[in-house]
Ligand binder design. Structure first.
Ligand SMILES: [Zn+2]
Length: 116
């Protein structure tokens, strides 16, 4: 029996599935979800959060370790100044803005420019 058939069988017997994302938000999974999650966790969570895989991975890296500023200096070199993880509980993806949260204070894109 393949994994999906097995999970469908035990789901039919009343077994439930759930999984927690990066910031501890738990969600119920269908047997199809459980298989997708086990095969490619990053792609699964990116899809569930309606993010591109690249954006999801940037957010995840930021939550886990902080990151190097992705901005560019006036002379065109990568900044790479360390951007620390914010204190407190991990920020949900809705509060992680590429171009702001992954940059030092000198290289953050303004909200006005983000909306264009
Ligand atoms: Zn910078």
């Amino acid at each position: 029996m393949d994994p999906l058939s097995f999970l469908r069988k035990i789901a039919g017997a009343g077994v439930g599935f759930c999984a927690g994302d990066l910031y501890g938000h738990y969600m119920d999974l269908t047997p199809e979800d459980a298989v997708a999650l086990s095969e490619n966790p990053d792609a699964f969570w990116a899809s569930k959060h309606r993010l591109s895989l690249e954006t999801y991975r940037q957010w995840k890296a930021f939550l886990e370790t902080g990151c190097a500023c992705t901005g560019t200096t006036r002379v065109g070199r990568p900044c790479k100044q360390t951007v620390s993880v914010l204190p407190g509980p991990p920020a949900p993806h809705s509060q992680f803005i590429v171009g702001v949260n992954d940059r030092c204070e000198h290289h953050q894109v303004t909200k006005r420019r983000q909306q264009q």
